[in-house]
Write a protein that binds this ligand. Structure first.
Ligand code: SF4
Ligand code: SF4
Length: 369
């Protein structure tokens, strides 16, 4: 049976540090971290953002992880491959550099990849060598909503182990099929096998996450487990979401990668007003109609021009090459756009959002009736 530890917590370091250590000890992290071993600490470093925006894992949680590893005389290495902005910029703007000042720690952006065989349907995936070869990997996700996948938790956080522009390539290969994308995420999870997972739910994000469109939401909870999928299930339970609604959970369950029986050590807080993003099935019915549905019925990304700073992050990231720009305006080619919503996720200025088409609204009303 998987065990998930749940503790009430605040970003107050004298309180947070012993709590973090207690969670680590309760899941036997101490015996897993050997002297002189290389320990990769993998937070969610989506984009440059201050801690109160709830976009990245809070620096004090990363600090506690670094101190725990140092206490074991091992080598802590903070790593990720951010979707937006430089690794260094994120370390600075999120306050990580400042919080970790004076501690023995390495920072290493994931850069080199290696091919890992993962079986059907993807066969092989290129993953960050540092993550694949780490003696121990401490996964530190942020609890956030996700407009494409509902939530981004422990399993989804490992998508950051796909290096740089390989990420949008994989979005393109998985296409608009959310279930296929969830299968990819579960394959990455199986390949990386994080040793320890501690989720930062102290200041979580709800609404149109995981980027600037989401809203911070205080939950005051820190949860840890050796089992990333069990941890995700426990978060769903806390948010009153049927665990299989999170597709990575559903697939992990189907593949026998997670035990339905989870022991919760602690009390899951009651969360009544957590806003989920509206997840509309992208396409349904006969395959021949999918192209039409995607173009005319599915929510499409749109730009609020007054918020756009013309930084280029969206068109550089778009896996389908569906965004162009001309005279300080951006344009979408909705025939090419596969509705992955990555552009919304990576826009550092919250200028992009998903909007329903008129035909989509009408079709949905008819279907509801
Ligand atoms: S929409 Fe966002 S990401 Fe794209 S250019 Fe404008 S500000 Fe940058
Ligand atoms: S325009 Fe946005 S939603 Fe469409 S394919 Fe590109 S990144 Fe994905």
């Amino acid at each position: 049976m998987s065990v998930v530890i749940v503790r009430k917590a605040l970003y107050d370091y004298p309180i947070l540090r012993p709590l973090f250590f207690e969670i680590m000890d309760s899941i036997a992290a101490g015996s897993l971290i050997k002297k002189n071993s290389r320990v990769i600490i993998k937070p969610n470093l989506l984009a440059p953002a201050s801690p109160e925006k709830a976009i990245v894992t809070h620096p004090l949680i990363i600090k506690a992880a670094v101190e725990y590893v140092n206490q074991k005389d091992a080598i802590p290495v903070v790593s990720d491959s951010p979707a937006v902005g430089s690794f260094e910029k994120i370390l600075k703007e999120s306050g990580i550099r400042e919080a970790l000042k004076g501690l023995r720690v390495e920072y290493r952006e994931f850069k080199e990849s290696e091919i890992v065989p993962v079986g059907e349907p993807f066969k092989k995936i290129e993953l960050a060598s540092d993550a694949v070869n780490a003696d121990v990997l401490i996964n530190l996700p942020k609890l956030k909503t996700h407009t494409q996948m509902l939530l981004t938790l422990a399993v989804k956080n490992l998508f950051g182990c796909i290096v740089g522009l390989r990420k949008p390539e994989w979005h393109l290969r998985a296409g608009v099929d959310r279930e296929m994308f969830a299968r990819l995420l579960v394959k990455v999870y199986q390949a990386i096998q994080p040793t320890i997972n501690i989720i930062d739910g102290i200041l979580a994000m709800h609404g149109q996450g995981p980027g600037k469109r989401g809203e911070p939401k205080e939950l005051r909870v820190l949860m840890g487990s050796r089992d990333a999928a069990a941890l995700d299930s426990a978060v769903c339970r806390m948010l009153n979401i049927e665990p299989c609604k999170l597709l990575t959970n559903k697939i992990a369950l189907e593949q026998g990668l997670v035990n339905e029986a989870i022991h919760i050590d602690g009390t899951l807080p009651e969360v009544g007003d957590f806003k989920l993003p509206e997840i509309i099935p992208l396409v349904f019915g006969p395959h021949i109609l999918h192209g039409f549905m995607r173009r005319h019925l599915v929510q499409r990304p749109e730009c609020t021009n007054s918020l756009c700073k013309f930084c280029g992050e969206c068109w550089e990231y778009c896996p389908a090459g569906a965004i162009t720009h001309h005279k300080k305006k951006i344009y979408f080619n909705y025939d090419k756009c596969m509705r992955c919503y990555c552009c919304i996720e990576v826009c550092p200025h919250g200028a992009l959002s998903a909007h329903e088409t008129v035909t989509g609204k009408i079709a949905r009303k008819i279907l509801k009736r």
